[in-house]
Design a protein around this ligand. Sequence first.
Ligand SMILES: C[S@@+](CC[C@H](N)C(=O)[O-])C[C@H]1O[C@@H](n2cnc3c(N)ncnc32)[C@H](O)[C@@H]1O
Ligand code: SF4
Length: 475
Amino acid sequence: MTLFDQDHGNRVQVSISVNATMNARSFLARHNRRLPRYTSYPTAPLFSSRVGPDTLTDWLTQIPGSAGLSLYVHVPFCDKLCWFCGCNTTVVHSVAALERYAQAVQIEIARVAAAIGRRLPVAHVHWGGGTPTSLPAPLMRAIDTAIGFYFDMTNETEVAIEIDPRTLPSDAAATFAALRITRVSLGVQDFAPAVQAAIGRHQSLEETKSAAQAARKAGATSVNIDLVYGLPYQTVDSLTATISSVLTLKPDRVALFGYAHVPWIQKRQQVLAEQALPDFQARFAQQERAAELLVAAGYCRIGLDHFAKPGDRMAEASGTPALTRNFQGYTVDAGDALIGFGASAISSLPQGYAQNVTPTANYLAAIEAGRLATSRGVELSCEDRLRRTIIERIMCDCRVDIAAMAEDARMSPVIFNDALQALDTLAKDGLVWRDGWTVLVPERGRPFLRNVAACFDAYLNMPDSSQTMRHAAAI
Ligand SMILES: C[S@@+](CC[C@H](N)C(=O)[O-])C[C@H]1O[C@@H](n2cnc3c(N)ncnc32)[C@H](O)[C@@H]1O
Ligand code: SF4
């Protein structure tokens, strides 16, 4: 390509940089597959109705007396909806409807506790959504009281909540103190007005700051901020400005999620201006710049998309088995089993996953009819369990010793011969280093951790394309 200069040397330089850009683009295009986030394995599209209330009851009765639990409470309501949001949530203002939901969650807690048959200690409670504070404070307290009645909340129990800084009620600080909230996650996404207009979410730095202050004043010792890249009209510059604003709030952790655009599944995303979405190369540049800025600000990079201050529990857990993955992403949650309450909530037990029915009306109907609301899930085979552990360690530690893990599971590593071949393709692009059965993901490969994990996914390449379409692009 001869673009401008008469000078031969310059012309060569231009050609080289154009080639480098084209190479970078084709390199990214090669790896930009639709892939799961691997918050579970097998992944949610593989859940089926073979797991129902009876299966979950059976699994609950088998939880040993020595186990510690994690509890997740899903509140599928928001005061207003953001168009980019991929979560199970709707706008509900009727107090009667909110009361009915909170009542159902309390019944579900009692029913699950009855199946377990003993009052087990709780390591971690997570209030997620939606926006949990869209439940009036007395309803949140009633659910908390039910948890405390049926389970053993200790001084060590971590209680986390997702909050929308725009809609935090004036009594939120008192509620957080009553619920003994230790960690809050604040959604920010991007502060640029053009991005906020495009996603239907107007949020100032000031309201974000006052939400973080309220949480800290109420006793929360950890403040997380969720950022998103790849949104309409978002640029490296808008994200850079957002990060410098966010850093003034001194968050303990930052999560940097790639916008998952799946409008064929999440209909509200159809109103987003698709032509304004950054392409995969622009998304990659945003993600790289954001990570650089956070690391330069002193944060430790954790797995694919988390950053934690040195000294934070997550930073300390990094590189150890204490860092794991659950449906919220990375966690240091120490529970032996996770039990989900509320519509669409997923439980993760040693035997497998069980998910509650998603539409709130169906959830209420099941609970009010005297049943558990489980509608689908998957029971793990021994091989699933081994693959799950390998995938989790790759996503958390960026390294794995396949032979050692197979030996622990009393299985032969030869079942991973196909995985090794797939890894060697990634190795050619420098995304993986492999020495025999030991796999290491270097820094260059970190943004492609899902691609590395996918090498161990026995179900991903099954000839059912509908499964692939459930996932967002990896970059
Ligand atoms: C489910 S929201 C709950 C928190 C709270 N309602 C709020 O708005 O801040 C938690 C986070 O999920 C992330 N999220 C939601 N939809 C997403 C999507 N389509 N792609 C990537 N991240 C998304 C955003 O970072 C959001 O802040
Ligand atoms: S991002 Fe938060 S507030 Fe917005 S729709 Fe999703 S859950 Fe609701």
